[in-house]
Every structure is written in structure tokens, then in C-alpha cells.
Write a protein that binds this ligand. Sequence first.
Ligand code: BGC
Length: 496
Amino acid sequence: MSLFTFAASPLVITPTVRSFTFSPPRCSKQTVMSAVRSESTSTCPVLTKFQKNCATPTTFLRVVADAIADDMQAGLAVHGGGDLEMILTYVDALPSGKEEGLFYALDLGGTNFRVRSVQLGGEEERVVATKSEQLSIPQKLMIGTSEELFGFIASKLADFVAMEEPGRFRLEHGRKREIGFTFSFPVNQTSIDSGTLTKWTKGFNVSGMEGKNVVACLNEAMEAHGLDMRVSALVNDGVGTLAGARYWDKDVMAGVILGTGTNACYVEQKHAIPKLQNQSSSGTTIINTEWGGFSKCLPRTIFDQEMDKDSLNPGEHLYEKMISGMYLGEIVRRVLLHMCQTSDLFGQSVPAKLATPLTLKSQDLCKMQEDDTDDLSSVGSILYNIFEVKADLKERRRVVEVCDTVVKRGGRLAGAGIVAILERIERETKRLASGQRTVVAMDGALYEKYPQYRQYMQDALVELLGDELACHVQIKHTKDVSGLGAALLAATNSIY
Ligand code: BGC
């Protein structure tokens, strides 16, 4: 696990430093390398129109942040009140550091599945030992049956436990192995250890699972594999990130994921949640916003609309489809295809691979944007390798402009979302106004591996919050901390 801490030094971003603190006076603009600056203007009519439609000036981002805030309020008032589900997670107590014992984390939420064991040694020793294993989920399981998916998970878990080194990991006598299950899809949580899937996202579409208790599915599969383990906490990856980061840093108030999918979870005051009704209204609890479902006033182009129509979850998670890693490459591909069909981009005929969905990934966009050679040679080779086209310099430049337009829009919209969360926290706590450091724990490959995206996100954040407040915000890159968070929440909610 890598946690980066920073003194209040001027904001400098390098590709290897992914956490930052905002310090006034703002230092000169970005240090991120980019083949195309956002100011560049195009002479291609399709591109010019696309750029215009994707524009996100500060005034517009303010409208977006306010609309997200309104939907947060509506979702806190009543179940289904707004686009954001504002799910009650039943996590009222975050890790204190005193947790002890052996706990496990299972993480299902993207293309990979992870299992981790954590031996906790209390306040002094903290994490005594940890071991993890990551496996990719075969594509067919993402769209198969729940028995197949959970059977696969249980069998890998059984292998993992069978390989445990008794010297390093010690289960107390008479106890079952307890698991924190990170399930990174929208769940209607009914208690800390149960919840029903509301819908699939991120390319998953396992049949017959919507409305089912995901913990019961896992329990059945574990039983079938002879595994005597117990799920003590069901958590979202955003919640896991918040909890894991809070273990090391008491100022963490939110967990944000910018990866294949996206989400934000934060610490809310219970008295500010009208839908809690009969429950105790003192103290705090964690809200899983499921902000990917936000849909109002977004700058959606025809390319976004068509991509959504062809997706596995049409009409759902529209904000996610503009800002997260799974979709950025596909939007760019669709724009390029249109430019190719309506102008002479890439010659007279349409290359077959350009017409094939999902061929372009956000990593490819990043590599193209980072190309600082005079002739954009890596842009040329990426286009050749993926689409089998020989692009001249003018075409390469256009392609990078399209990438920049999509990534700038995504990063800036993500920044507006983070501001909505920070302002919500601020409303109740006045932390920033009183000069208190406020940390957003951040995870996800898009954020980690795309410097230009990060830069656009930061720019938007400072533009909207202003230097005075932004200088107390730290965005802390907390890679893979959600597994630790889930194991800690299993400890906090242990039955023993
Ligand atoms: C899911 C969230 C999850 C996020 C990041 C979204 O598609 O709806 O539950 O936290 O992806 O993994």
C-alpha cells in the first residue's frame, strides 16, 4: 500500500506523485506533459462542434456541482428522491486503530477480483501481516449466472485460505474466519452484512441477480465449497477506501473512486439525513452516494447518447459514462469514426477496427496525450497498432485533440462532483472555513495513471472552491486501500 503525505508545498504534479495539497498562491499552471493544450482550436467542423458541445467553463461546472448537491439532498430526504441513491451503509463507526485479530477482504467490482488476509495487532502494531492475491474475472463470468460467478469466487477463496501460513496468520480458537466483502455495485443495503443488488454497472450483467441478497449468494457458494467463513461487513469500494484511509489519517472525510467506474462516499451527520427517521440521529454515518447515476444538465453529445444506447445499462449511470475509465476511449473512438465517415480522416475508406466497439482504452488516450515528440510518433504507432491506419501528422494532431476534449470534460466534471461532496461536508462541519485539513482518499486506475485527467480535475476543483478553501483540501492517493478498509470493517462489526 502506498500512502503519500505532503507538506504544504506549492502544487507540483508529476506522473509518479499522485496526491496533492492545494496551496495559495497558486503556482504557475500544470507541469503535466501533453501533446495538445486545451486551448488549441480545431479547423475540422466535426471536431469544432464536438469541442463546443463538450465545453465545461467554470460557470457551467458550478451549475453541475449545485445540481449534484440538490440530488444529494433529495436522496437523503427520501429513498429514490434524486439521481444519487445516497445509500445508508450502516457504517457508523470508522476504524479506530485498536482493531485486533485475523480478518479477510474479498473484492469484486471490476475486471479483477481480489482476496486479502490481514492480521491486525491493535494500536501499537497496526497491520502485523497481510497477504493478497488478484485474479482477473473471465469475461464470460461477467455476463453469466450468479452460481458461476460466486462459485468462481468461493473456489479462489478456498485456494487462498488453504495456502495460509499459520506462522504469520493466527485465527483465535473457536472463531470463524470473518470477511469484509467489497461489492462495488449499487446495493440496497439492509444491514451492515446484507444488501440486495439494485443494478449492474461497468459491463457486468449476471443473470437473475438484481433484487437478490449478494451476501446470501456468497454464503451459498462458500457452503458448497466447504468454506466455514462469515461475511461480517458488506461494503462498497468507496466505503472501503474511506475506512482504510481513515485508519492511517483521521482527517479523511471522503473516499472517491475514479477507475473503470466511479463513486464517492463521505461522512455525513445523522441529523442531516431525514430518511433515517426512527433511528438515532446523533453521530455520523457513511453515505454511499452512487454519484455515477447523476444525469442532470450534463453536456451529452450524440456520441455519448449512442454509446449509452449500445451499453449493457442504457439510460443508467450517465455521469459515470462521462467521467470514468471504462468509457473515455469508447467516446473518442466514436468521434473518430464519425470524422472518418464525414471527412477524409484516415483516407477514403473506414478502417474495420475503427468501427469495432471498445477497441480504444483510456490507457491509449493517456499515452497519446503524453507524446511530446515533434511528429507525434507514438500517436502514430498507437493508431497503427489499434486501428491499422497510417495517420499523417495532421491526423495525429486531430486525434489527440479529440482525446483532450473528452478527457478534459471528464476530469473537470469529476472535479465538480468532488466539490459538491466537499461543500456538503463543509455545510455541516465548517472544517475548511476554520482552516482544518480535509482529506479525500482517492483510488482507481484512471486517477492513478492519467496525469492530464488529474490535472483537469484539480483545476476544476480550485476554480470552484477558490484558493482560500482549496488550500485546506488534500487529495490523497490511497492505492488498494479498500481491501484493508473492508477487513477493518469486518473487525469493527465482528460477532465476537
Ligand atoms: C458502481 C459503484 C462503485 C463504482 C466504482 C460504479 O459503477 O455503481 O458502486 O463504487 O463503480 O467501482
